[in-house]
Design a protein around this ligand. Structure first.
Ligand code: DQA
Length: 142
């Protein structure tokens, strides 16, 4: 059975309360329920993490270096963190970057992703569905 890791970055614990125009009204628990349900329907399991700290994200990437796949929303660290980029580059698990909002329609500082070039791909602007699409992609890898 495939096991996919989901890593939510800083401030995503505030989903549903924070900037709902960009991030929607689902809470993190509701989003996680949808991800877990989708994984179960496809005969897979997933383990979900949310961290406000860069260190915890890096440690979790390293600990899961050889898992079946990782969906990561590095949140603001996307635009700042060479350390998270290096961690993704160093592991062999395929990593998909997801953003709820379309970062390319927003402030110019959000147009730069340090992490996307070392991910398999990036999904941006499809809201919570982006996570399910990334999960589907990883589960279909042979
Ligand atoms: C985000 C976009 C980032 O620019 C922002 O800092 C976030 C959330 C998104 O999911 O759209 O915290 O990653």
């Amino acid at each position: 059975m495939k096991n996919i890791k989901i890593i939510h970055g800083p401030n995503l614990n505030l989903l549903g309360l924070r900037d709902t125009q960009h991030y929607g009204t689902l809470s993190l628990d509701e989003l996680n329920n949808r991800i877990e349900t989708a994984a179960a329907e496809k005969g897979a399991t997933c383990q979900i993490f949310q961290f406000n700290s860069e260190v915890d994200i890096i440690d979790t990437l390293q600990k899961n270096a050889t898992c079946d796949g990782i969906v990561i929303n590095p949140a603001a660290f996307t635009h700042t963190s060479i350390a998270i980029r290096d961690a993704i580059e160093a592991i062999s698990a395929p990593v998909v970057e997801v953003h709820l909002s379309n970062v390319y329609k927003r402030e110019s500082f959000r147009h730069v992703s340090y992490t996307a070039p070392v991910c398999v791909g990036q999904i941006s602007g499809l809201g919570w569905q982006g996570y399910l699409l990334a999960l589907d992609y990883l589960l279909n890898l042979s």
